[in-house]
Design a binder for this molecule. Structure first.
Ligand code: PLP
Length: 361
């Protein structure tokens, strides 16, 4: 008998932690990234897992996320989004002893250096991402203002594409270290390449350049076999071909079942727009052939009896209506069915961590 309802993320705790430890072990200087929806797990949970892993520093995205993780993690906290004088929270955090602020514009560095607070600061270098950062040509000017802050290093955020990545990071790192020595904080460079770079850039006597590697997705979501996401069957209704159902009163393309499952737009489900079988001809084809695709139904992320099923219509706020052909046996109310979620955009109703066992559906 099921005791859970809603959208559930089940985690095999010991295998997940094994994966985390493997990634951390292969990535000395790792900085776990914990931001947004907490990669589906939640920010606080990841903060305490980072502590368990032995990380000395984590990174959040926005200033307001610091307060969410600060109790669960006792080490340093980097704010990845560039400092912005409009954010009152960001200004207050300049004096926080455990917080490291990222500065991505020369003018902002000048402002922070003149405050007299000597905040802990990473200076971001502009990459081919062209998201944030100080262009290489201005790094020498930036270096002249580092006396006014506690300089923690250079931040370089690379694109995910491998082609040209190493050449770029080497060029930018040389420019940065030429302006001022300091640790390199890198994203999206495989550890082997990063440590190779650190050795290459280090002096013969000084040893490799100190390196910090920020990792989010590969750490938290890197082993899909450690987790399973499910939804609950909330209701099942028989329908006949030609009958209407749903908000949009769509015509059902065949005899079958409407299966109502938990999970909707508020869970981040079904962001893709279904096709619209709007023409009379298409609807006629659909009714004649019973083809769900011709009927304009969109494939859903829900699996019933081993197959992805079709949405009757776009997901609602907290539930979805699926269409199941009549030759099939419908699931029972209360059954859990697998649902494929993109965990960086999903909000689940509960995370259940199970130790040393997995359910098979
Ligand atoms: C979000 C973010 C990361 C983590 O990205 P993943 O692809 O989830 O590993 C790393 N660095 C910076 C600067 C980021 O903003």
């Amino acid at each position: 008998m099921n005791t859970v309802t809603g959208v559930t993320l089940r985690l095999d705790g010991s295998r997940w932690r094994e994966h985390l430890a493997t990634v951390a072990g292969a990535t000395p200087g790792i900085v776990p990234v914990i931001k947004g929806n907490g990669y589906g797990y939640g920010l606080e949970r990841l903060a305490s897992e980072s502590a368990t892993l032995g990380a000395d520093t984590i990174a959040v995205g926005m200033p307001r996320e610091v307060a969410v993780v600060a109790d669960a993690f006792a080490g340093d906290i980097v704010i990845l989004n560039p400092w912005n004088s409009d954010s009152e929270t960001a200004r207050e955090l300049l004096s926080h002893p455990r917080v490291i602020t990222t500065v991505s514009r020369l003018a902002d560095l000048v402002t922070l250096a003149d405050l007299g607070l000597r905040p802990r600061v990473l200076v971001e270098v502009l990459t081919s991402m062209r998201r944030h950062g100080i262009p290489a040509a201005e790094l020498a000017a930036a270096a002249t203002r580092l006396d006014g802050v506690r300089f923690e290093g250079w931040s370089i955020h690379l694109p995910l594409r491998a082609e040209g990545r190493y050449v770029e990071v080497e060029r930018l790192s040389r420019a940065a270290l030429g302006a001022a020595p300091g640790p390199l904080w890198l994203s999206h460079l495989p550890p082997e390449e990063a440590y190779g770079l650190a050795r290459q850039l280090g002096g013969a006597d000084a040893g490799p350049v100190p390196l910090r590697l920020r990792v989010g997705t590969r750490l938290w979501l890197g082993d899909a076999s450690t987790r399973m996401t499910t939804a609950t069957v909330l209701d099942v209704h028989p329908v006949q071909r030609g009958e209407r159902a749903g908000y949009r009163q769509r015509v059902c393309p065949a005899d079958g079942w409407i299966v109502v499952v938990s999970g909707g737009t508020s869970h981040g489900i079904g962001m893709e727009a279904p096709t619209s079988a709007s023409t009379v001809r298409q609807r006629a084809v659909a009714l004649a052939t019973g083809s769900l695709q011709a009927a304009g139904l969109a494939l859903s992320p829900y699996t019933i009896a081993g197959k992805k099923r079709w949405f009757l219509e776009p997901p609602h706020m907290q539930s979805s209506q699926l269409f199941l052909p009549g030759r099939e046996t419908p699931p029972e109310i209360g059954d859990e069915v697998p649902v494929e979620l993109r965990l960086t955009t999903a909000t689940v109703d509960q995370v259940l961590i199970q130790e040393g066992q997995r359910r098979s559906s």
